[in-house]
Write a new protein. Structure first.
Lengths: 331, 520
């Protein structure tokens, strides 16, 4: 077995093993190191159960949307519509509840169904019309932003949001654990089982790993890709709903920034434990890194702009680590 | 009749000489002690069966691959070709079957791709460039204006543009790989005239082709490769069809005794294919496949065999033609339907189309078998114990050499990877299994095992189609062999007629006028 790196440099087996270990565990080590440093610098504010619960609670919405995106990237596509979609869903769910006086559960079901529909549209454009997924989902996302502005005229829907809807996100209905965390755990657990333990999950992994081989093995590649987009769309809808509940308003563009967070997390996740392969558990770790990073920056009073710098830098580091992992596993 | 390459034309200094070249890819020896000499201005033929090492030598000359041993001399001086640039600078140009073009650019821009151009005020002086290129374009007969886009030009015109590109770079040797593969007869005639014109003006041509009549017509000398060795160089009057075939094939191999073959005549028909067509690669192919039969499809690379397999498997749609499977109409619109109906395919490109290289052996084995390893149809969770047991069973039955069933399949050797792809279909027990070049890149030991396995599957009642470019492989393996040439089945061989020589002759001979044999 030859171990040739892209530059033609040969690696000895031991240095290859060391590099492979680094690529696989760098994210987890980084996360633990970051927690340790913050705990050391701020022993009173940072390492408390309260703060950790708070971080997890804050991170839950990002985890749900990133979990959905994970399915899209596993089947080998990118979904750039999720942030814009989540913003529209937030506006829509508040609108349905406040203006149309729909019962809250019904409004939620409608919005999640709409999320699935948006995913279906994305999937059909990509698989049947053969539009590159970056372009297709960017186009769809932009249209959704337009629809959100059209629906709300750009004015946040604040007045008349019922307390019950706020409690969806703010409540602690089970054992005092914040609802967001419970919902996130259910969604991510469900996605993990779907991908790792079901027959469908094997097909999902096969389509992402090598679509040509998957097709010749008898798998309906288009249908699996569409499924990836549908799951991504539904998770975006759920995130939009929970964000509206947390903010107590339906605000256009409120969820747009989740797009970058989700991408950074998904790529960090692909560099975690597996050599450049996307997976649900990895995404979970990815969001944790970003969430604790933000939390630490907050505690030390770092200005808001530093969050953008942190997130942009981490996205690049994540993609770099992921491709390092792939390179090692392929050499 | 065969003379060693080295003694030929010892009088003049060859333009390019390759001496005792050896090259191995991984464990596979692609070239062993190969020599080739090309004199200035000569049209030199290069022939050999698929896998004889022609492409590897061309890649070495082009600077794309480095030889393990041997040396290359240009104008008598030893030289090294570490990059394609060096080869170009020394006056060698390469025209491949798949022509590299930039579709959005003009004819002129494509001709001058990579050629340093005159500039005026930092901008390319296209007018000066056009003045320079125009006479050369006229010489090779490019009809399209230099300012036209290359989009929509025919393959023949693309060839001319490539030859023009070579001449603009002052090439002294142009290597043409299967130049007439996609040209019409009239276009081919024009190309022959150009080749002769090039030769007359002192530009050597290395003409690589399976088409022996072209070789006989154009070449003054022909080098023959077999199994990675140069077996000789034919010259002048010695270049005859029987001599070429003998050199390409080597000694005849005894066919499988007829008694070992299954009499298939009385068996139930599993698959019928009637006038299946997808232009231009597959033209009106018809045959029947019976239960327990191993049907070989032989012929040269590019004869349309893989395309035929893809049609049967639903990976491509046919223009016309009908199929039946077990008596019922069968027209799969995608592989999913074909697999459901009871087909399996072991594709030609094992690594890119057969396997998920980063996934485990078990994953690759079970990916077409998921319905059988779930706990229940209602709750489709994978039964991991069943998955493991079934995978271990296949690994044991097929003697797949792997550290464990969780090892990424990409780490296995070629033969073991192929066993995994075959094993995938064993789990489903399809009615019809199509194997496309099942032993390519597989070592001798694994090759024997794969052959045994194929016979065993047939003995169990499976109908098997084996596509192979190696004439040696089919006699060992098949009850019946069909030979495809240019998208048609030109001959069906049965019983004792299935010999290596019969397969090679049918692959080369049909469609060419028989009178050719005596013209040179």
């Amino acid at each position: 077995m030859s171990m040739v790196m892209s530059g033609g440099r040969r690696l000895s087996p031991s240095s290859k093993a060391a590099l492979g270990f680094f690529a696989r565990y760098a994210t987890i080590i980084g996360l633990l190191l970051m927690i340790a440093v913050f705990a050391f610098l701020s022993p009173r504010a940072f390492p408390t159960l309260n703060n950790f619960t708070n971080v997890l609670n804050q991170a839950s919405l990002a985890m749900i949307i990133a979990g959905g995106l994970t399915l899209a990237v596993i089947v080998g596509e990118l979904d750039l519509s999720i942030g814009f979609a989540a913003s529209l869903h937030g506006v829509l769910v508040t609108g349905l509840i406040v203006a149309n006086k729909l019962p809250i559960p019904l409004a939620i079901v409608i919005v999640i169904a709409l999320g699935a529909l948006i995913g279906l549209v994305n999937g059909i454009i990509v698989t049947k019309a053969k539009v590159n997924s970056v372009i297709a989902t960017l186009g769809v996302g932009t249209i959704l932003t337009g629809l959100a502005f059209a629906y709300s005229a750009g004015v946040p829907i604040v007045a008349g949001v019922p307390e019950a809807f706020l409690q969806l996100s703010l409540g602690r209905w089970l054992f005092g654990i914040p609802n967001n965390i419970i919902i996130m755990a259910v969604v991510l657990g469900g996605l993990w089982i779907l991908v790792e333990r079901t027959a469908l999950g094997q097909e999902i992994q096969a389509v992402g790993g090598n679509p040509a081989a998957a097709r010749l093995a008898g798998i309906n590649v288009d249908r699996i890709k569409i499924l990836g987009f549908v799951v991504s769309g539904m998770c975006a809808a759920l995130t939009g709903i929970l964000l509206a509940s947390r903010l107590g308003s339906g605000t256009t563009s409120a969820a747009d920034s989740y797009l970058l967070t989700a991408f950074a997390a998904v790529f960090l996740g692909s560099a975690t434990l597996r050599d450049g392969e996307f997976h649900v558990l990895g995404t979970f770790v990815g969001v944790l890194i970003i969430a604790f990073g933000f939390n630490g920056l907050n505690i030390f009073g770092a200005p808001t702009f530093s969050q953008y710098i942190f997130q942009g830098a981490i996205l690049i580091v994540a993609v770099g680590l992921a491709s390092l992992g792939r390179m090692i596993s392929e050499s | 009749m065969l003379s060693p390459d080295r003694t030929v034309s010892a009088a003049m200094t060859p333009f390019v000489a390759a001496e005792s070249i050896a090259k191995a890819y991984g464990g596979v020896q692609a070239l062993t002690d190969v020599s080739l000499m090309i004199a200035p201005g000569e049209v030199h033929g290069l022939v050999g069966a698929n896998g004889a090492g022609k492409s590897t030598l061309i890649k070495i000359l082009a600077g794309l691959v480095q030889p393990d041993a041997g040396r290359i001399l240009v104008d008598g001086a030893p030289t090294s070709l570490p990059t394609p640039h060096h080869a170009t600078d020394l006056g060698m140009s390469f025209i491949h079957q798949e022509l590299a073009f930039i579709p959005g650019m003009t004819v002129l821009q494509n001709i001058l791709l990579g050629v340093p151009k005159k500039t005026r005020f930092g901008m390319v002086d296209w007018q000066a460039a056009a003045r320079e290129v125009a006479p050369i374009a006229e010489r090779v007969g490019i009809k399209a204006p230099l300012s036209a886009s290359v989009k929509g030009l025919s393959t023949a015109e693309n060839w001319l543009i490539n030859i023009c590109r070579a001449l603009v770079r002052n090439a002294r040797l142009i290597v043409m790989d299967e130049p007439t593969a996609s040209l019409s007869a009239a276009e081919a005639e024009k190309l022959f005239a150009i080749v002769e014109d090039l030769s007359a003006s002192g530009v050597a041509v290395l003409y690589v082709s399976h088409r022996l009549d072209e070789i006989m017509r154009l070449c003054s000398r022909v080098s023959v490769f077999r199994d990675g060795r140069s077996v000789g160089c034919l010259e002048g009057a010695a270049i005859t069809r029987p001599a070429l075939i003998e050199a390409i094939v080597g000694s005849a191999v005894a066919p499988l005794a007829a008694t070992q073959r299954h009499p298939v005549a009385g068996r139930k028909i599993t698959l019928t294919v009637d006038a299946l067509t997808r232009a231009p690669k597959v033209n009106g192919v018809s045959f029947e496949l019976r239960q327990g039969e191993v049907l070989g499809i032989g012929g040269l690379v590019g004869a349309g065999r893989t395309e035929l397999a893809r049609l049967i498997y639903g990976a491509d749609r046919a223009d016309s033609g009908v199929m039946t499977l077990d008596g019922a109409s069968f027209s799969p619109s995608n592989p999913t339907e074909a697999v459901k109906a009871g087909l399996g395919l072991v594709p030609e490109e094992r690594r890119s189309e057969g396997l998920l290289l980063t996934k485990s052996v078990a994953f690759n084995l079970q990916i077409a078998n998921l319905a059988n390893i779930v706990r229940s149809p209602v709750l489709p969770l994978i039964d991991r114990r069943k998955r493991e047991a079934l995978s271990l069973e296949i690994v044991r039955d097929l003697a797949v050499k792997t550290p464990s069933i969780d090892t990424p399949v990409g780490r296995l050797s070629g033969g073991n990877q192929q066993k995994v792809v075959i094993g995938r279909w064993l789990l489903r027990a399809p009615k019809v299994l199509i194997l496309d070049e099942p032993t390519r890149g597989v070592d001798i030991g694994a090759r024997g095992e794969i052959h045994r396995l194929v016979r065993e599957l047939a003995a169990r009642g499976m109908a098997v189609i084996v596509i192979s470019s190696e004439p040696d492989e089919l006699p060992d393996l098949c009850d019946r062999v069909l030979i495809m040439v240019e998208g048609r089945i030109v001959r069906a061989l049965e019983g004792a007629d299935i010999t290596r020589n019969a397969i090679v002759e049918a692959s080369y001979f049909v469609g060419e006028p028989p009178s050719r044999e005596n013209t040179i």
